[in-house]
Unconditional design. Structure first.
Length: 175
């Protein structure tokens, strides 16, 4: 059954075949986890998000429209779940994420420190920008797929990505 297309699997699910949904979960679990983790930066929370996202997708499977790619529809659910959890998380520990080490000059930072600093800068981005960075640079999605997943015009996706990159550059250089 793993060779079936997403559309066939969805149709099988809607016709009562629960095993078909297991195939979809197995197929998309890892990229959905990476997306959730990329947004919330907490592995346990990302696992919960993915589980809740798959539960919601099962419950809402009848609303899926076959003219769209299934994974784009699923990404939209996972992104919404992630952003909701991120908002809740930020309300609880907003001060914890404000630790900055200004004593280390940029030229002396090791590669690991630069990566950590970049990830911290990404975390500071507004959610609308963080999501496009995550999907484009970490999930390597095309502009068209991001557009479909986020239900935005492709021009809007490109504009948000440009703005996100400029904000990242500014944040990173000001560290």
């Amino acid at each position: 059954m793993t060779d079936n297309s997403d559309l066939e699997l969805v149709e099988n699910c809607l016709n009562g075949n629960k095993k078909a949904f297991d195939v979809l979960v197995e197929r998309y679990h890892e990229p959905m986890f990476r997306t959730a983790y990329g947004i919330v930066k907490d592995a346990e929370l990302a696992k919960d998000i993915v589980q809740n996202g798959f539960i919601k997708s099962w419950e809402k499977l009848h609303t899926y429209k076959s003219e769209y790619k299934f994974y784009s529809w699923l990404y939209r659910i996972m992104i919404n779940e992630s952003l909701n959890k991120e908002r809740q998380k930020k309300n609880h520990d907003e001060l914890q994420n404000q630790v900055v080490d200004d004593n280390t000059p940029y030229q002396q930072m090791s590669e690991a420190e630069r990566k950590s600093a970049l990830m911290h800068c990404i975390d500071e981005l507004p959610p609308i920008y963080k999501v496009v960075i995550q999907l484009r640079h970490f999930e390597e999605m095309s502009y068209a797929d991001i557009s479909e997943s986020l239900e935005l015009d492709e021009k809007t996706v490109k504009s948000r990505l440009y703005t996100a990159r400029m904000q990242l550059r500014e944040k990173f250089l000001n560290r």
